[in-house]
Ligand binder design. Structure first.
Ligand code: DGL
Length: 266
């Protein structure tokens, strides 16, 4: 089985990491780094970019199953992707909401994500389908900070402190008693330690990587470790290798540069 994993950049590598530990498959990963960030773009643009990326993975790389390891693309373009390719497609908003459902006992959750994901209210709807109340907060500065590698910077700590104070105030005004916070962007697990420091004690911080891997294993009825992965990026392969290793938790060897803008079929 060949599984395609797609994100606008490096964030989806946190999902690939979990998949490699649980799902025996061959992987092909695409980071659309030239067109990142998706989180500040319109639904139409995100759908166009995500569909061309999905087609590359399925039609040119032979992926038989797609994991959209980008919350923004999952929130805004899942239907467009499903309509464009003839393989099963799993998005991370659904798996993130499943993780929230499993974690929360108060049934109130906080979600931090990109502006586009928050504006789509995909998490609020997915949570309400599971009888959870959700407050969503856009944190647009976090993706650029992660992409710059400013993981432990005091600037990042201060940005997180401000976002967290705003989010907690929003939750207080809405009367929520949240016990769980979903990292609704696949870049954010890299900031988990800093986010946990900024969050009130007792708030469980969760991301969809593990739960996504578990869901894929369940859907394909397999278990075991993944074999090697092939990597593609639409911008600097040097940067992808350097930063990507951080997200994946191990060295990334060869990264091939791909141009999604010019090929006629896309
Ligand atoms: N990693 C993407 C997500 O999960 C966001 C990055 C971007 O803005 O492109 O939403």
């Amino acid at each position: 089985m060949k599984i395609g994993v797609f994100d606008s950049g490096f964030g989806g590598l946190t999902v690939l990491r979990a998949l490699l530990e649980r799902v025996p498959a061959e992987y092909v990963y695409l980071g659309d780094t030239a067109r990142l960030p998706y989180g500040a773009k319109s639904r139409e643009t995100v759908a166009r970019y995500a569909v061309s990326s999905a087609k590359f993975l399925v039609e040119e790389q032979g992926a038989e199953f797609l994991v959209i390891a980008c919350n923004t693309a999952s929130a805004l373009a899942l239907d467009a992707i499903r309509a464009a390719v003839a393989v099963p497609v799993l998005g991370v908003v659904e798996t993130g909401a499943n993780a929230a459902e499993a974690s929360s006992t108060t049934r109130d959750v906080l979600v931090i994500a990109t502006a586009a994901t928050v504006e789509s209210h995909a998490y609020a709807s997915a949570c309400s389908e599971r009888k959870l109340r959700a407050i969503e907060k856009a944190c647009p500065l976090l993706v650029p900070l992660v992409e710059e590698g400013w993981i432990e910077s005091p600037v990042t700590a201060e940005v997180l402190r401000i976002y967290m104070a705003e989010l907690l105030e929003q939750a207080r005004v809405a009367g929520l008693n949240a016990d769980t916070m979903v990292l609704g962007c696949t870049h954010y697990p890299l900031l988990r330690a800093q986010i946990e420091k900024a969050a009130p004690s007792g708030l469980r911080v969760i991301d969809s990587a593990e739960v996504t891997a578990e869901q894929v294993a369940g859907m394909l009825q397999v278990s075991g470790r993944g074999s090697e992965a092939k990597f593609f990026a639409t911008d600097s392969v040097k940067k992808f290798r350097a930063l990507g290793s951080r997200f994946l938790g191990r060295e990334i060897g060869v990264v091939e540069l791909v141009d999604l803008e010019t090929a006629g079929s896309r």
